[in-house]
Design a protein around this ligand. Structure first.
Ligand code: GSH
Length: 288
């Protein structure tokens, strides 16, 4: 590997390669004018079924499964590979240009919420669900929720990027982030050895936030790194991952705004509970 000497002032090299070179930029703000669609429900979600997106669609499906009819939502597909996150309407909802982004239109004045953790807390507080109110239990739940926000960038932006996406394999970077991700898995494994769920005995928004990242990692579904990280050895994480994956609301939430994989698992837009039966891509494509 050739040694790199950083110049005095960094400049943008658009040809630096890597999986996301076409959408990464060093500036914020919109690149084009584009209004967002608005459907009939109180909540308008603009998202994609990445781990960060799935957290929120799982929460909506769990709330609806509990009988909270006020949690009805329209889920619109944001194709980040095509740059939809840089449209003016999306940037108005999330100035950080990342999915998921939510408009709460249930009250007289629409409220924007971005960052998946903020969205989960907003919904949990609004419906009084999946976030304990007793101070010690609430603190534990919030701690694991925020643990995810601080930890997953090492998994995705650190390990996943250098192991799977970077144009060259850099041993130093892969080694550094593999060590950190294995440490994180051990943190989770020890916690899940002492309680059923991350916040305690009950399933909560902390599990909804952590599972799409670390549950997928535990099953070898991200970065093709299951064997490399010996994920099968984290037995408590495996038990927790399987329990969450078995929840019907989780199975529905994973399908919403999904644009890859089996056509029968892709529900690009969700506007009604019946869409899971009638509007998956296999059915839409067969009908067209
Ligand atoms: N901390 C944010 C992370 C959101 C995020 O990284 N979203 C990614 C998809 S998983 C995205 O929209 N990327 C588009 C881009 O970076 O241009 C959250 O939890 O909501």
């Amino acid at each position: 590997m050739t040694e790199y000497t950083p110049p005095a002032v960094w400049t943008w090299n658009k040809e630096n390669g890597g999986r996301f070179a076409s959408i990464n930029r060093p500036i914020a703000g919109p690149t084009h004018d584009k209004e967002l669609p608005i459907g009939k429900h109180p909540f308008q979600l603009y998202s994609l079924a990445t781990p960060n997106g799935v957290k929120v669609t799982v929460m909506f499906e769990e709330l609806l499964a509990l009988g909270h009819k006020g949690a009805e939502y329209d889920a619109w597909l944001i194709s980040i590979g095509k740059g939809d996150q840089f449209g003016s309407g999306f940037v108005d909802v999330n100035p950080n240009s990342k999915i998921p982004a939510l408009m709460d239109r249930s009250g007289p004045t629409p409220i924007r919420i971005f960052e998946s953790g903020a969205i989960l807390v907003h919904l949990a507080e609004k419906f009084g669900a999946f976030l304990p109110t007793e101070p010690a239990a609430r603190a534990e739940c919030m701690s694991w929720l925020f643990w995810q926000m601080g930890s997953a960038p090492y998994l995705g932006g650190g390990f996943g990027h250098f192991y799977a996406y970077a144009p060259t394999k850099i041993e130093y970077a892969i080694d550094r982030f593999a060590m950190e991700v294995k440490r994180q898995m051990d943190v989770l494994d020890r916690r899940l050895g002492e309680s059923d769920y991350l916040g305690g005995k009950d399933y909560s928004i902390a599990d909804m936030a952590v599972w799409p990242w670390y549950g997928a990692l535990a099953k070898g579904l991200v970065y093709g790194a299951g064997e490399f990280l010996d994920v099968a050895s984290y037995k408590n994480v495996q038990r927790w991952t399987d329990a969450i994956a078995a929840r019907p609301a989780v199975q529905r939430g994973r399908m919403v705004n999904r644009a890859t994989g089996e056509l029968s698992s892709q529900l690009h837009e969700r506007h009604d509970a019946s869409d899971f039966d009638t509007k998956t891509q296999d059915k839409l494509e067969a009908a067209s």
